[in-house]
Design a protein around this ligand. Structure first.
Ligand SMILES: *Cc1c(COP(=O)(O)O)cnc(C)c1O
Length: 437
């Protein structure tokens, strides 16, 4: 791989940039999202080291080829991928398992992207002395993961925007307990409002004069790409065991996790079907069924981190598969309402002894609804996106017992919290931002 890796906008109207330029900018100047101009090729044979860090190194290397950060990749990988990614088998013949992505410091899969992004940003030399302000809109878990990963990093400020009253109490604590270089804004609106505010801030010349802005949402390449690593890791484990590709059911909202899986598949990892599991926010399942893209306001559900009515990574999904017929050949999608989420949490515990968070339960329910031939012929992994202890008020009454809290979450319980309430407008954000925290 001697060719330098370059990235360009999904809208085609931006210059080709390097990996670190794409990470520092977040969103492409034409409003599109960065994606590779040329796809590297990574056959299973390339993955000689089966460890998490070894897999990360093999997978990410061609994506950073020629970049100023390439020599630091081994260090970045060691720093970011420092927690386990176990698969829990749900049957004896290896046809169904749960890929647990919640063993990081904030107990959701967002830790992968956030920790990689933080390790990357801390090493990027910035062309000027303006502070770097990372804006992050969160439907629950992103903000906590990003705040945790960037807390205390010199020269970097984090502004977390979350929909007031629409995240779980544990999630809210994870967003608001940091202080220092992390500020939390409780926006009177929905996650979509928070996401819109971040996009507006990027387009605001005044803010751009004061600070260098970047984004830590999955629109940022440095958040999305590292998530492909656990698909490389788990699909290679299936491949080594059975010489068959893995299929995934992915709890989906903004489609970052789904696009990461599609990118892993695109470069040659042994991945077969990708099934998107949505809650009652059903724009994506409807699009796959009808071919019409009709984004709309999000509605609140039990799987709140997936309450997205206008998923930003749809743009990357469609750039990858401009023809819907090709997309349908790889990807399918289904939608699950709150009653079915509750019922699946109960049966997951009764049948498997598994305690699933509401998001993971959406995936488990969608899997159960797949045609039997698909279930019986594939090697399926249900993607578990968060630890159930983040949602005790939902999960505990359903399984009739307390959920054990991981020690990292337990520690946060003792920190003081602080956030600033704002209306859902850029003016309100600007004004609140000026006031010292
Ligand atoms: C963010 C999140 C999702 C949705 O992931 P996307 O990449 O936005 O599709 C699902 N589950 C949990 C627990 C999350 O935090």
């Amino acid at each position: 791989m001697s060719e330098a890796a370059r990235y360009t906008s999904t809208r085609g109207g931006a210059a080709h940039v390097t990996f670190s330029e794409a990470v520092l900018t977040g969103l492409a100047p034409d409003g599109g999202l960065y994606a590779p101009t040329v796809w590297p090729r990574l056959e299973p044979e390339a993955f000689k080291d089966a460890s998490l860090t070894g897999t990360a190194q093999t997978f990410l290397q061609p994506f950073l080829a020629g970049d100023v950060l390439a020599p630091a990749l081994a260090d970045i990988v060691r720093e970011a991928y420092d927690f386990p990614v176990p698969v829990q088998a749900l049957d004896k013949d290896g046809r169904l398992g749960v890929l647990e992505l919640f063993h990081g410091p904030t107990a959701a899969f967002k830790d992968f992207g956030a920790r990689f992004l933080a390790a990357t940003m801390a090493r990027i030399q910035r062309p000027d002395q303006r502070p770097l302000r990372i804006l992050v809109a969160t439907s629950g878990d992103t903000g906590g993961a990003v705040a945790c990963a960037l807390h205390g990093r010199p020269g970097i400020e984090v502004w977390v925007l979350f929909p007031k009253g629409l995240v779980s109490p544990t999630q809210e604590r994870q967003l608001t307990c940091w202080g220092g270089n992390v500020r939390a804004f409780a926006v009177r609106g929905s996650f979509d409002d928070c996401q819109r505010l971040v996009k507006q801030a990027f387009a605001d010349p005044q803010m751009a004069r004061e600070v260098r802005l970047s984004s830590a949402n999955s629109i940022n390449l440095g958040r999305l790409l590292p998530q492909a690593v656990y698909y490389a890791l788990s699909s290679m484990a299936v491949w080594r065991a059975y010489r068959e590709p893995a299929s995934y059911v992915i709890p989906s909202g903004n489609l970052g996790n789904a696009v990461a899986c599609l990118w892993a598949r695109r470069v040659g990892l042994p991945i077969d079907r990708i099934v998107l599991a949505h809650n009652s926010n059903r724009v994506v399942p409807e699009f796959l069924a009808s071919g019409h893209w009709r984004p709309r306001p999000s509605i609140a559900t039990l799987a709140s981190a997936m309450d997205v009515g206008d998923p930003s990574n749809m743009e990357r999904l469609r750039a990858l598969y401009p023809e819907i017929s090709t997309l349908r050949g790889v990807v399918s999608a289904d939608t699950v309402d709150d009653d079915a989420i509750r019922a699946r949490i109960r049966t997951g515990f009764e049948r498997f002894g598994q305690i699933w968070c509401p998001h993971t339960a959406v995936a488990a329910e969608v899997y159960e609804r797949l045609p039997e031939v698909q279930r019986k012929s594939g090697r399926w992994l249900l993607v578990a996106t968060a630890h159930p202890a983040k949602f005790p008020e939902i999960v505990e009454p359903l399984i009739g017992r307390p959920v054990q809290v991981p020690s990292a979450l337990e520690e946060l319980r003792h920190r003081p919290v602080h956030s600033t309430d704002i209306g859902a407008s850029l003016d309100a954000l600007r004004a609140a931002g000026k006031v010292a925290a």
